[in-house]
Ligand binder design. Structure first.
Ligand code: SF4
Length: 212
């Protein structure tokens, strides 16, 4: 990252932190992955039950590895023996202490957009876990809510679809076809515009490109 890119991200990051605080979220800006990891771990109490969903950015800063190695109780659906156990883990994650996740897009005025196929991630954002910790690179930040929705639908979702074997137009063509396919991964679109109770959702904005 060049100095002028870092300066651009830092200025937008500070503006977004203020917008998020105005809406009842907790928020801070970290200039790089290492600082973000340190900050994230400071927000997770020892002994907490920790889980996650849709958290590529958290993975990229090393947070999952640190949590697995630390003094936490971890609910990791990826270690499930079969689909039934995986689904059960996803339900149990809705009552964890700290849920780690990411954002498909953010608007500079402090709103978050997320798309979900199964719904477990957006469900956890809305209600359940005591704390939701969102790790987001500044590449996710758009100037307006409209642009954030467009980013989530036409950039984040088609890239995410490449991870799955389903037959969707975006997987074949690399662009959203606004499908109603049985394999569609865009079944829920959540806009989180305020935080209640205040401080339940905490953002760590990172001055680097993370996730997709
Ligand atoms: S084509 Fe379907 S699955 Fe793919 S991004 Fe569009 S709505 Fe989502």
């Amino acid at each position: 990252m060049t100095d002028y890119q870092a300066s651009y991200y830092e200025k937008r990051g500070q503006k977004l932190v203020k917008s998020l605080l105005d809406r009842g979220f907790d928020a801070c800006y970290c200039e790089n992955k290492a600082a973000a990891l340190e900050k994230a771990l400071s927000l997770i109490p020892q002994g907490s039950l920790v889980s996650w969903g849709g958290a590529t950015s958290a993975q990229e800063i090393g947070l999952m590895d640190a949590v697995r190695a630390g003094n936490y109780r971890v609910l990791d659906r990826d270690t499930a023996k079969d689909q039934e156990q995986k689904l059960d883990g996803m339900r149990q994650a809705l009552l964890c202490d700290v849920f780690l996740t990411g954002a498909n897009a953010l608007s500079l005025d402090g709103q978050m957009v997320n798309i979900d196929g199964t719904g477990n991630r957006v469900a956890a954002m809305c209600y359940g876990p005591g704390t939701v910790l969102v790790i987001a690179g500044m590449n996710k930040v758009c100037d307006s809510l409209e642009e954030a929705v467009t980013r989530a639908r036409t950039v984040a979702a088609p890239i995410n679809a490449q991870r799955f074997p389903g037959k969707t137009p975006c997987r074949a063509a690399g662009a959203c076809g606004d499908c109603k396919s049985p394999d569609c991964i865009c079944n829920q679109i959540l806009i989180t515009r305020r935080c209640r109770p205040a401080g339940r959702i905490k953002f760590i904005l990172v001055g680097e490109n993370l996730g997709f």
